[in-house]
Design a protein around this ligand. Structure first.
Ligand code: UD1
Length: 362
């Protein structure tokens, strides 16, 4: 009888990651996958659009949980996920990344003694003020099968004793986002308006930056300064849109071209044709590297440390002078793309192969 896998997603990047793994699972016999969406991201442009575009089956259930404080959101998810796990009785739970949905899934499954499989395990920024860092620490410590995208992630888990305790198993498989960028590159699609011949992509969404009016305005001023070098195109995350409206920030005077959140195929096109990326997103830092574009990180740290080590990205914080200096210091770097930092594009297949063996034993 096929083993039952409960896959939990909640936010935009998790849908992209799941698209690669779920496609691979579909090609195998022996695992019946059920996708459950927490509802953390709910706008069409942040969720549904990705299911349509990436050809993933619609989630079997959407728990419709979003908004509220961190604790409220996680608390409500915990109760709803526990109920679904009890109804479905899966053989394992599959979670992705470091979001509140990831944390709630891990806690709910651990309490029911359901084995947890974590994709994108082992990443650390060593900044516990980030909600994502707390989510990662808990998800990794509760997971039984951990899939790491980088060598550093394996080292981080070893340092925490996770690879040596006999109960947990960590595997270096590469990054499913890299798989996705290779698989879907051919689908890159213009965003429906004429792009300038040269432009930067700018994105901001981390609560640590955008929920603080002073930091938000500093980060936007940095993008505005870069706009003097080339136009900055900014697909606006709903969290950031809310804060811009709340603080009555006039984006026109900043000279940043705001657009609504783009689809994955549109983002691939923007990446392929841009001159550089300015972002606080984890995923976009790597995608800039996949497309051989320099990336300035508007944060104090990153989990993707190898990008800075090879000169593909530079941590700048949010202050305009630092952002401009960072850009100057990396824009002409010649990057070695032969070293496969994120694997060979086979992460999803490796995950599913090991998952089959693991689930065969559950
Ligand atoms: C979450 C993740 C972050 C991930 C990001 C990807 C956590 C702690 N953070 O942050 O790790 O990088 O997703 O985008 O889980 N909103 C809408 N429409 C939507 C989605 C959100 O209006 O479709 C609003 C929410 O109501 C909320 C705000 O945007 O007010 C932020 O949403 P939240 O669920 O906290 O997540 P993100 O900031 O996107």
């Amino acid at each position: 009888m096929a083993k039952r896998l409960f896959t939990l997603v909640g936010v935009r990047p998790q849908i992209i990651k799941a698209s690669m793994v779920s496609r691979t699972i579909e090609n195998e016999k022996g695992i019946e996958e059920l996708i459950v969406h927490t509802g953390q991201h709910y706008d069409d442009a942040m969720s549904e659009m990705f299911f349509r575009e990436l050809g993933i089956p619609k989630p079997a259930f959407n728990l419709g949980i979003n908004g509220g404080s961190q604790a409220e959101q996680v608390g409500r998810m915990l109760v709803a996920i526990e109920k679904k796990l009890e109804d479905i009785q899966p053989d394992a739970l599959l979670i992705y990344g470091d979001t509140n949905s990831t944390l709630a899934g891990a806690l709910a499954a651990a309490k029911l003694s359901i084995p947890i499989v974590h994709v994108e395990a082992g990443l650390r920024s060593f900044d516990r003020t980030m909600p994502e860092e707390i989510n990662r620490l808990v998800a990794d410590s509760l997971s039984q099968l951990l899939f790491c995208p980088t060598k550093q992630a394996m080292v981080n888990l070893a340092n925490e004793g996770i690879t040596a305790n006999g109960f947990q198993k960590a595997n270096l498989v590469g990054d499913v986002m890299f798989d996705a960028s290779l698989f879907f590159r051919k689908n890159a699609q213009g965003p429906g308006f004429t792009l300038p011949s040269e432009y930067f992509i700018g994105t901001l969404h981390r609560s640590g930056t955008v929920d603080n009016p002073k930091y938000l305005s500093m980060a936007l001023k940095s993008l505005s300064r870069m706009g003097k070098v080339a136009p900055v195109i900014m697909p606006l995350h709903p969290r950031t849109a809310d804060q811009i409206a709340k603080n009555c920030i006039n984006m026109k005077t900043l000279g940043i071209k705001i657009i609504k959140p783009v689809s994955y195929f549109e983002m691939l096109y923007l990446l392929e044709n841009c001159s550089g990326v300015f972002t606080d997103s984890g995923g976009l830092q790597k995608e800039a590297y996949f497309f051989k574009k320099p990336c300035v990180v508007l944060r104090k740290n990153t989990e993707w440390v190898e990008l800075e080590q090879i000169g593909a990205a530079k941590i700048a914080g949010i202050e305009a002078d630092s952002v401009v200096d960072a850009w100057q210091s990396i824009k002409n770097n010649r990057i070695d793309h032969k070293t496969k930092l994120y694997g060979e594009g086979q992460a999803s297949q490796q995950i599913v192969d090991r998952l089959m063996t693991f689930m065969g034993k559950t």
